[in-house]
Design a binder for this molecule. Structure first.
Ligand code: ADP
Length: 573
């Protein structure tokens, strides 16, 4: 199930720029024009001085006209550039998050339950904010700065090639500083992102398990853990800020060197009478705007690179265990499910949770799976749902090896009702249909079979379930999860202690309605050894310590007086 292709950030970049390229190009063009006007201002100041020294009023008038025009253009272009940048950034980050969310939704259920969901919260919040601020917002500033440097150097070249040469040589200093430091800053940025992930995960655990924490009086320990994690997170951020500061200070130093170098060289040339005094002022202004860019550029470039590394991190995290692309199956079971000498051991466990299991599930039949706690019942069902391909032996569905079946089509074939129920903070109706369209008759039938009729009659399908289904009892929540699964109508239905939260009579009625379903293959894990129900299963499979120890019809197993007999008699007493 694991995909080991090389991680590519291209789809994420594509998501940012999709239907956003024109805005991006317009933003860059506007910022470049803005930078060009700034360069014009720098030159015009010197030209004013030259006009004064030449005593030319008409020249001064022309310069004043150009200056006025440039001022109006500067104002308008700045406004337009800012507006365009905001549109580009908002569209880009929304599309980036949308793409990330879609990729996360492609994960397999099994992989997702193994992973820490805090990391995804962090990718969609902290990391996305950093990408918006340092990656998208800065692309325009960086390009306008780079352009200012180029146009100012061209203007300097036109004014004096000697000063330009000195400027070019001095600009090598900040370039080297930036290149050297950006790698370290990227490492720090990733460390902050990893730490944020751990922090969010701790907070999430605390909020989700709040009632457990309170009832077991574990607040003190939780506060201690929070304080330690909080401190670590802030220290990590502090280290990153320190590097930010170092990069900025080095940028400042190199920009000062750059600013004063050509300025003093220009002053010497002017004293020698090689260039006019106004040209020195123009060169000084141009050096000023270049040095501002040079001061800010290393920091901006380094944090943009660091933020770009977060896109790589997101791509890597999301690519692990996404839905497999194996062979497609029709949503119908023809030959049945066959397990042959299946063994399975959880990662890091010494003992096998399943041992040499050989079973055959025929289409349309019902099977009860019984056994003591820890005998491997849930493991068997989760393997059938594609939880892991790391089993030994073989599991085939209609002759296709389970490992090679596309996960999406497996989910169309089998559905699992587990012990843990999740309800959305939405209506009963939406929680049953899972926001899809079904006919009223289909919904009514699912409501009826799952024992939800009374609830729906009393409160209606529009009744809000509340956060985590807080407005409903445990039994009602479980019945909604059963109705939801029945509505999907997959050919194979797996129930893992699905009626455990229900009272005896409701559990009996719900299991009976599942037994009455015609044409579906049903595998029901149950600890309720109810004779009336057990007699109706086509076969009972008894597990003990991960192995199948007995199989047969209820009466056969009772006559055998083996392990099932003892389980049954103990439960009766
Ligand atoms: P049952 O459903 O019959 O109670 P399970 O299938 O849940 O049993 O568990 C079978 C064995 O596998 C038990 O020994 C249990 O401790 C072990 N087990 C279950 N889940 C995990 C897991 N995620 N990691 C390691 N061991 C596990």
């Amino acid at each position: 199930m694991k995909e080991t292709q090389k991680v590519s950030v291209r789809p994420y970049l594509h998501a940012i720029y999709r239907k956003n390229r024109i805005r991006f190009a317009a933003t860059i063009c506007l910022y470049l024009t803005f930078g060009l006007i700034d360069t014009t201002f720098a030159v015009l100041q010197g030209e004013v001085l030259n006009a004064i020294t030449m005593g030319s009023l008409s020249r001064l008038g022309i310069i004043a006209g150009i200056l006025l025009f440039a001022l109006v253009a500067d104002f308008l272009i700045e406004m337009a550039a800012y507006q365009m940048k905001c549109r580009f950034v908002h569209q880009g980050i929304a599309q980036y998050k949308g793409h990330l969310f879609r990729e996360i939704s492609r994960k397999t259920i099994a992989a997702f339950t193994r992973e820490n969901t805090g990391r995804y919260l962090s990718l969609l919040t902290n990391d996305a904010n950093t990408i918006e601020e340092n990656y998208l917002n800065r692309v325009t500033i960086i390009s306008s700065m780079a352009f200012t440097v180029v146009t100012s150097l061209v203007a300097m070249l036109l004014l004096s090639w000697k000063l330009t040469l000195i400027g070019l040589l001095l600009s090598l200093i900040p370039t080297a500083v930036s290149a050297g430091m950006s790698r370290e800053l990227a490492r720090r940025e990733k460390a902050v992102s990893d730490q944020n992930e751990r922090f969010l995960s701790l907070v999430k655990d605390f909020l989700t398990g709040f009632s457990v924490v309170k009832s077991f009086k574990a607040e003190t320990e939780m506060i201690r853990r929070f304080d330690a994690m909080n401190q670590k997170t802030e220290t990590c951020k502090q280290r990153r800020r320190w590097w930010d500061c170092l990069v900025n200070a080095s940028g400042n130093l190199s920009s000062s060197i750059f600013m004063f170098g050509p300025y003093f060289a220009g002053a010497i040339l002017a004293l020698n009478g090689e260039i006019a005094i106004g040209t020195v002022v123009s060169v000084a202004n141009l050096c000023g705007s270049i040095s501002w860019s040079i001061r800010e550029l290393p920091g901006f470039w380094a944090s943009r690179k660091a933020a770009g590394a977060l896109i790589g991190k997101a791509a890597k995290v999301v690519q692990e265990n996404t839905v497999s692309h194996g062979s497609q199956m029709q949503p119908v079971l023809r030959e049945g499910i066959r397990l042959s000498h299946v063994g399975y051991r959880y990662d890091g466990s010494d003992t096998e949770a399943l041992r040499d299991v050989t079973l055959n599930f025929a289409p349309g039949k019902s099977y009860a799976i019984v056994g003591g706690s820890g005998s491997g019942k849930s493991t068997l069902l989760s393997l059938l749902m594609g939880a892991s391909g790391q089993y030994s032996g073989s599991i085939t569905i209609d002759g296709q090896e389970l490992r090679g079946i596309d996960t999406d089509s497996l989910y169309d074939l089998c559905s699992l009702i587990g012990q843990n129920v999740f309800l959305f903070d939405d209506t009963v109706g939406n929680n049953i249909t899972m926001f899809r369209q079904f006919s009223d008759e289909a919904v009514d039938a699912a409501v009826q079979r799952s024992g939800l009729k009374e609830l729906v009659q009393q409160r209606g399908l529009a009744y809000p379930c509340g956060e985590n289904g807080n407005n409903l009892s445990g039994g009602e929540r479980q019945r909604i999860s059963i109705a939801r699964c029945l509505l999907r109508n997959t050919p194979v239905l797996l129930l893992d202690e699905a009626t455990a939260a229900l009272d005896n009579s409701t559990a009996h009625a719900v299991t009976q309605s599942i037994l009455d379903l015609q044409g579906l293959t049903r595998l029901v894990v149950t600890h309720r050894l109810d004779q009336v129900l057990l007699r109706q299963f086509d076969e009972i499979l008894v597990l003990r310590d991960g192995a199948v120890c007995e199989t047969g019809h209820f009466d056969q197993l009772m006559q055998k007086m083996g392990y099932f007999y003892s389980l049954y008699t103990v439960s009766e007493s």
